[in-house]
Design a protein around this ligand. Structure first.
Ligand SMILES: Nc1ncnc2c1ncn2[C@@H]1O[C@H](COP(=O)(O)OP(=O)(O)OP(=O)(O)O)[C@@H](O)[C@H]1O
Ligand SMILES: [Mg+2]
Length: 256
């Protein structure tokens, strides 16, 4: 069950504050007046139909996409064109993608140590010790010497999670981390994410995994056509969506 009710956040406890966010791709208005405040330690699941802007929204949070209007403030630092701010935010926000995005020509260990060595300037021995610790934590320590192509999809995704954790982020963004996996590998990745949630990580996950949402999410955000249409506890949203669009969406994913 999700912990308690929705968390309200005092100023110092805010991890992410998004106010009046608008974004266009050329003429196409992809994000419309998004307001979202995420408390430290809060776990949010974002769902909605294909093309509704879920990936775009979370990619704006670490500036993989640029917004044109509104404010995004992460741990008190505002995302603007200021490169120092962008670096500060990126070093505090880890991201896991649908297709893992591991470097195929680097071993699992080197995938995990690359950014700590080159971006954080950590000595190699320290970066390797940290990487081994996180690889153990995602239960894949024995694969450190292998290349990504020698691992299953679920194992590769756990490496991608360990790689993000090696940068010691306080916020993790997940963009459909299990949707490219064979069904039998989904659970191992979700279990890793559930462990992370229980340890208090602030998480935003784009996923349609209702079991995961019910187990860990404090809040489900439902998006459609670039807007946040409704948000509620998983029990309330999945049990009794308030909007017609929410009801339609749920009937579709339940039908699959
Ligand atoms: N780089 C881009 N240039 C132009 N349009 C884009 C670009 N990236 C995304 N879009 C469009 O913006 C809309 C939102 O895309 P986005 O990837 O955020 O949706 P999504 O909710 O993540 O969808 P899915 O569930 O399929 O991943 C879509 O209509 C998409 O075609
Ligand atoms: Mg997407």
């Amino acid at each position: 069950m999700a912990d308690a009710a929705l968390k309200t956040s005092a100023a110092g406890d805010v991890a992410i504050r998004i106010e009046g966010l608008n974004k266009w791709y050329g003429e196409f208005h992809v994000l419309k007046n998004i307001d979202l405040q995420v408390a430290k330690g809060e776990r949010i699941v974002i769902c909605g139909p294909s093309g509704s802007g879920k990936s775009t929204l979370i990619r704006c949070i670490n500036r993989l996409e640029q917004h044109q209007q509104g404010r995004i403030v992460v741990n008190g630092v505002e995302l603007t064109d200021n490169l120092k701010n962008i670096d500060t935010i990126r070093s505090d926000v880890g991201m896991v993608f649908q297709h893992f995005n591991l470097f195929p020509h680097l071993s699992v260990l080197d995938n995990c140590t690359l950014a700590p060595i080159w971006v954080k300037k950590q000595p190699r021995a320290q970066a390797e010790a940290t990487a081994r610790r996180f690889l153990e934590r995602v239960r894949i320590g024995e694969q450190a010497h292998k290349y990504p192509g020698q691992l299953s999809g679920g194992q590769q995704q756990r490496v991608a999670i360990a790689r993000a954790l090696c940068m010691n982020p306080s916020i993790m963004l997940f963009d459909e981390p299990t949707s490219a996996l064979d069904p039998e590998m989904v659970k191992e990745v979700l279990d890793t994410m559930i462990d992370l949630a229980r340890e208090g990580m602030t998480m935003l996950c784009v996923t349609h995994e209702m079991g995961f949402a019910r187990a860990v999410a404090d809040r489900v955000i439902f998006m459609d056509a670039g807007e946040i249409v409704e948000q509620n506890t998983p029990e309330a949203f999945f049990g009794n969506p308030q909007s017609e669009r929410g009801r339609q969406f749920l009937s579709q994913i339940l039908d699959r």
